[in-house]
Design a protein around this ligand. Structure first.
Ligand SMILES: [Cu+2]
Length: 267
């Protein structure tokens, strides 16, 4: 099991540095810029704004996208993982990310993308109650769930502004991955609610293949099978944040509990 993805506000100084250093190294190697270019390639049909297929592909495609970055970070530092920015409780850019505004060379563009932000001028940070209402809901279909979640996601992109406000360049901002880890975590929480486990994107044939990779959308269904997890905030929340907690075998449940007790208290 790889290092759990941790809450941005709960990282130690060393963990903050680990993420920033890892990203900086991948910007320098060129790997990071390739991911930015790939996200800007609309032929991948990975956003709801592109239509019905894009709506279905949004969550699994971005789950795969995050794994591309995270596995490369882990190849260099096995303890690395992408932190998640829970903007329902942390209503500002995490302070340790404020001055992390790199210039990112991207293939096919003459100049590097200089990351900037203009927080709070557009969009909004959705409230905790709205997100909770959605994530605990077992009455909605996958299509409704993902449409609402992508809408929340768009608001946060707009709220951060700058690079994050433009689909062509948004992953240049290292905050992109932390925002998308939050979106991915909310999906995994919704999946763990009784009755939701089998709800999945409705995609057929080539639409189900998450190009430019070879995985299928169904390969992205379970984070446990993908061998990663989200650190649990506290004991009370273990049943909702440890994926499929109730359905897990006893050994896995005790692992969940162990993670829950190991997490530091949050501010
Ligand atoms: Cu996004």
């Amino acid at each position: 099991m790889t290092t759990p993805r941790k809450r941005a506000s709960a990282l130690t100084g060393a963990e903050q540095t680990r993420y920033r250093t890892g990203v900086t190294q991948l910007i320098e190697s060129g790997f990071y810029g390739q991911l930015v270019a790939l996200h800007g390639d609309m032929s991948h049909d990975q956003h709801g704004g592109m239509g019905a297929i894009g709506t279905q592909r949004f969550l699994p495609w971005h789950r795969d996208f995050l794994l591309q970055l995270e596995r490369e970070l882990q190849r260099r530092d096995s303890a690395a993982s992408i932190p998640y920015w829970d903007w329902t409780t942390q209503r500002a850019v995490p302070h340790w990310m404020e001055d992390f505004l790199p210039a990112v060379p991207v293939p096919g563009r003459r100049n590097p993308i200089q990351v900037r932000r203009s927080t709070g001028r557009r969009g909004r940070l959705p409230a905790g109650w709205e997100v909770e209402t959605l994530v605990r809901n077992s009455a909605v279909t996958y299509t409704t769930f993902t449409s609402v979640l992508e809408g929340f996601h768009n608001e946060v992109h707009g709220w951060v502004g700058g690079a994050m406000g433009s689909i062509m360049v948004s992953p240049a901002d290292p905050l992109f991955w932390m925002h998308h880890a939050q979106i991915d975590r909310l999906w995994s929480m919704w999946q763990s609610v009784a009755g939701n486990a089998r709800k999945a994107p409705t995609l057929r044939g080539r639409d189900a293949i998450l190009d430019p990779w070879t995985e299928r959308a169904s390969d992205m269904q379970s984070i446990a099978r993908l061998d990663y997890s989200y650190a649990i905030r506290n004991r009370q929340q273990r049943t909702t944040t440890c994926p499929n907690y109730r359905e897990r075998p006893a050994a896995a449940r005790s692992w969940c509990l162990e993670q829950a007790t190991r997490q530091p208290a949050l501010r």
